[in-house]
Design a binder for this molecule. Sequence first.
Ligand SMILES: Cc1ncc(C[n+]2csc(CCOP(=O)(O)OP(=O)(O)O)c2C)c(N)n1
Ligand SMILES: [Mg+2]
Length: 1012
Amino acid sequence: MSEKLLVPDIGDFDEVEVIEILVKQGDQLNINDPVITIESDKSSVEIPSTVSGKIESVEVKVGDKVSKGSLILNIVSSGENKQSAPIPKDTESIIKQAEVAMTKKEEEVVVSKQPTQKKEQSIIQVTNGNDIDPLETKDWLESLSEVISKDGNQRAHFLIKELINKAYREGANIPYTQNTPYINTIPPEAEVKSNGDQNIERRIRSLIRWNAAAMVVRANKKFPELGGHIGTFASAATLYDVGMNHFWRAKNNKFGGDLVYFQGHSAPGVYSRAFLEGRLNEKQLDSFRQEVKSGGLSSYPHPWLMPKFWQFPTVSMGLGPMLAIYQARYMKYLINRGLIKDEGRKVWAFLGDGEMDEPESMGAIGLAAREKLDNLIFVINCNLQRLDGPVRGNGKIIQELEGSFRGAGWNVIKVIWGSYWDSLIANDKTGHLVKIMNETVDGEYQAMKARNGAYVREKFFGKYPETQELVSSFSDKDIWRLNRGGHDPHKVYAAYDKATKNQGSPTVIIAKTIKGYGMGKTGESVNTTHQTKKLDVDDLLYYRDRFDVPLTDEQVRNIEYFKPDEKSPEIKYLKERRLNLGGYLPERTTYAKPIKAPSKDIFDFMKVSTGEKEMSTTMAMVRMFTNLLRDKNISPRLVPIIPDEARTFGMEGFFQKIGIYAHEGQKYEPEDAAQLSSYREDKSGQVLEEGINEAGAMSSWIAAATAYTNHDIEMIPIYIFYSMFGFQRIGDLAWAAGDSQARGFLIGATAGRTTLAGEGLQHQDGHSHLIASTIPNCVTYDPTFHYELAVIFREGMRRMHEKKENVFYYITTMNENYSHPEMPKDKNCEEGILKGMYKIKEFNKFKKTKIQLLGSGTILREMMAAAEVLQSDYQIDSEIWSVTSFNELRKDGMEVERYNLLNPNKEQKTSFVEKCLGKSEGPIMAASDYMRMNSDQIRPYTNKSFYSLGTDGFGRSDTRKNLRKFFEVDKEHLVTYSLSVLAKEQLIASKYAEEAIKKYNIDGEKPMPTKL
Ligand SMILES: Cc1ncc(C[n+]2csc(CCOP(=O)(O)OP(=O)(O)O)c2C)c(N)n1
Ligand SMILES: [Mg+2]
């Protein structure tokens, strides 16, 4: 049967040019095979076939203009239609598996009942002063207790919900609360017990505590300037130990491993455990915070400095929580795309309660719930203190966090009270104890732990006769022993167990601890705990006794480490636990296979002239991606990441072609379903469409850019954003990306101060290259022409993904349309593009006066136009250099200069700038669409006269032409400045510059743009 393939609905576009024919007569065509590429002035998109069969005739040619309904080709159809397109085998089975698991999960959630409680819960006993009819209240509460014991919590929950609904319908104003009482979420009867040996675990924990503190104290005794923290890990030791002994599975050849984000300044505790495990030695502990000599231990988790140890940089507060959320999301993405197996791996993130005040910490919790990230567990160490004092002295951080997380849809587990409280809470028949717990603010809780048992008796239990009575048989010492949940391994174990089994939502464990736990009078629960890094002998002796560390007084005075014999039960136990959990943590390894860089011919189309056709570098880039998606090796590894700007960049064609990742697929028919670029969401979609969320998009990019270590699979993430909302917005994350040894591309699109015309001050980027240059392993380029982009991109893929070099690329692309020339035949061109500059044109007609003109990005084109004028109107010759990267040139110049200065007697090296310009004639004038500092960077590496122009100052909205005039980087200013420079160098008379100033209406008295 003969069929026709027509141009589908292509949205608002009409009469669009065909730029590529991808098939020919006689070809066998399958459904979804790309047939032609069409291109509007904004974007290019492939048209896929909707039928399969043999092509009878192709009815369009390159250059034709087509619209919806135009005939593309005739085909002898094999009868298949679009609906029956087969899903690739792998993807199909993975999706099936996941769907089965999901339905199972849902069913389980519905039918499973919480363990039936044997006794009445204190939550329904609390007395309330506002109660106008206590008897009636009692009736209701007893009925509820009856339901709980007869039919379980689920039924009680159902009835309460029905009551609330009914009350709403009757018009009652129901008070809204996201909080449960200030007690543990898991009642003692429901706690799952650890099978560990508690005595031995306590001894191990004590040693880890001791060695961690000793490490910090020793370092500061040697060099008081080194700093460090004892109090944080002291509060978190149990939280880490239970995880290490029982929950966190390491990566090995059978399992991908859990991913743990350690709280940054608890690093001493992590080193201390590694010491007992035999992974670090005493010498290394003694080089804590002394990293200049190799082998030192970094202050905080820094993969760059300890590349085999730390996995994630966390110490800049707020980044850890955000990165962990996107890490967990990215893990699901890889699973749903069929790129890794679903092994039930978890992402754990340890956070401080003070840290939760960072907007980044909570900023993405909605996404975690929405995407049902049940592979994510937050543990918030609520020691109630931050650096200066209490986190919420007048309130309750635990309750506040509970409300926020519960409201966002997380599974919340509060671990507030330790086991010694269990019997007290059980005996709290009147509810007064829970009432005090609810009423006491964090400032009081903190103060109590800085005092003693008598104080707690008076200030806490003393509030009501009922509670005074509850502890009447307790000594002050007994009261002092009443522990907090985060220091009780049983409570922590039960919480971790429950968290790991939770399905359908992320979990947050909010654990109450004591800052500086065990540090005695000078360090426990006092406002200065955070910065305590020295302990005097009395404190150390107290610490030893508090945790029964087997050291003599003399050894304590010498602050000796303690490591039991390899054959001791402690070391054997510790190693055995980790063996059972698959190995040690943290550890950074990679077994990812490299991706071969695509063949050069993929980029061939970018090396020929576009002729009359004008396009922006952003468009050229999108065409390049479309081509890369045809490379079977590369295609599945590309991860396009966009924060709601796909249409701005002409990338909407990707929606249909590779789909937008949506963990639940698409539950609706999109409004534009009939169109070629319809908004297609898919469970195995490839594009990460992050919404207006640059920090989230960057976090996704980091997850993808480090998949080579976290998942042993090399990916090619390409994050495309408005360049102004890149480094300026997410600078700290970009720095963390460098630390993480991320590999991938950042594309600052619509870049430049004058290139993005109408958008104004907050949109026009004139400095992102400078910010990027502060990151040592970030390689940056500001290309002008499509072939430059092609050379840079391919080399980036080769360096990062084939050769596994730990660098990442920042490339700016623009939205200014112009025609692109053919790539120069000069054999040095490619090298020059990559090193940062090459000669693109030379005017040599008059051989009298010459100037070197350096231009970058779109300003190169102004430079080229200026050179024409200089030649035609003033008989001045010039050499024009396309500078693709002032940053790269500076790096090279700096290195060469340093070598030469340090090796005065050796043969002196020549910088690339000098190689290019050393023998050239005339002064140098450089300009870019960025601040002068951008081109100034290479000034020291040439001994010629050097002048730089740029776009210093705030941007503003106007036409491109006016903006370039304003910033003095338009053709006219460049001509004038060139004449002035030559006059200053006494190569021509100054009258030419004066003339030009008049001719072009330039106001010499105009203030600097920075002042306007
Ligand atoms: C973005 C950022 N701002 C400030 C700091 C400095 N700083 C380090 S720890 C800390 C207090 C942390 O308090 P909390 O999160 O409660 O952790 P804790 O030590 O109490 O466990 C501060 C302010 C930082 N590391 N990062
Ligand atoms: Mg804290």
